[in-house]
Design a protein around this ligand. Structure first.
Ligand code: ADP
Ligand code: MG
Length: 157
C-alpha cells in the first residue's frame, strides 16, 4: 500500500514520520529515498521524536551510522551517501544492525541494494518545484505472514 502526501512544513513531515513510527514493528526498517535536501534527515528526526529521543538527530555523514535511544526504543540512523562501496556496509555492521531489533532508518537506501529487507517501509521524498513543498510517498510492505485469511474460501453448500 502506498500513501502520497504533500507537506509544507517540517512539522508536517514530523507528523507523517510519527504515523510511520507508530506502525513499525520491533526491528522495523525504514528505507528513505530522495535527492540531497529532499528532507530524509528531517523524516528521521520525526521518527526519533516519536520515540522520545531528546538529543538532536543530525546526519551521520562521516560515520555513516548514528545511534539514538529514547523511551520508545532504540533508533539506528544510517546515511549511505558517502558510502564508497559494499565493503563499507560490512565495516559498519549493516546486517547486524538490521537484525538487532532496533528501528533502523536508512538514507540513500538504494545504495544498500537488496540488503534492504523486503518488509522495509519505503519512504520516497521529492522536493516540489515551488521548493516550499515536498511530496512524501510511503509504501508499506504487504503483510507477509500474519496468518490472516485474505481470500475467502467458497463454502460448498
Ligand atoms: N517539510 C519540510 N518543510 C520545510 N523544510 C524542510 C522540510 N523537510 C526538510 N526541510 C529542510 O530542508 C533542509 C534539507 O533537509 P534534510 O532533511 O537535511 O534533507 P536530506 O536529508 O534529504 O538531504 C533542512 O534545512 C531541513 O530543515
Ligand atoms: Mg540527510
Amino acid at each position: 500500500m502506498t500513501t502520497d502526501q504533500t507537506v509544507h512544513a517540517l512539522s508536517e513531515t514530523w507528523r507523517v514520520a510519527a504515523r510511520v513510527a507508530a506502525l513499525l514493528p520491533r526491528g522495523g526498517v525504514v528505507a528513505l529515498h530522495g535527492d540531497l535536501g529532499a528532507g530524509k534527515t528531517a523524516f528521521v528526526q520525526g521518527i526519533a521524536r516519536a520515540l522520545g529521543v531528546s538529543r538532536p538527530v543530525t546526519s551521520p555523514t562521516f560515520t555513516l551510522v548514528g545511534e539514538h535511544t529514547g523511551p520508545g526504543g532504540r533508533l539506528i540512523h544510517m546515511d549511505l551517501y558517502r558510502m564508497a562501496g559494499p565493503d563499507d556496509l560490512l565495516a559498519i555492521g549493516f546486517s547486524e544492525y538490521i537484525e538487532s531489533g532496533a528501528i533502523v532508518a536508512i538514507e540513500w537506501a538504494e545504495r544498500a541494494g537488496d540488503l534492504i529487507p523486503p518488509d522495509a517501509v519505503r519512504v520516497a521524498i521529492t522536493l516540489l518545484p515551488d521548493r516550499a513543498a515536498r511530496r512524501i510517498q510511503v509504501t508499506l510492505p504487504e503483510p507477509l505472514d500474519d496468518g490472516e485469511q485474505r481470500t475467502p474460501i467458497p463454502q460448498t453448500p
